[in-house]
Design a protein around this ligand. Structure first.
Ligand SMILES: [Zn+2]
Length: 94
């Protein structure tokens, strides 16, 4: 298991015409880029994205291990200051 630590994951379906193989980070087995699979990126970081078997992603998500941004965001405690900061021009986003 070589998954990065991340609060949430961006993911999308992918398929490549290049005859390369990747290692699926969820099961460590080989993955052919030319077959349909799923790209997952920790917190949307494309430089750390990984190619994973779609079945592995589905299984990991069923186990609650790959939350999407919306799922993670929905699980956070409310932050009362956020809306007012946005109204002021949104410069204090950190
Ligand atoms: Zn896999």
């Amino acid at each position: 298991m070589t998954l990065d630590q991340a609060c949430w994951w961006a993911m999308r379906a992918a398929q490549s015409l290049r005859p390369v193989t990747y290692s699926c980070p969820l099961c460590d087995a080989k993955l052919h880029a030319m077959s349909g699979h799923t790209l997952i990126a920790p917190e949307g970081d494309a430089s750390r994205r990984r190619h994973a078997h779609t079945e592995c992603v589905v299984e990991a998500r069923r186990a609650g291990r790959l939350p999407t941004y919306d799922e993670w965001r929905g699980a956070q405690p409310p932050r009362p200051g956020l809306l007012s900061r946005l109204r002021e021009g949104g410069d204090g986003g950190k």
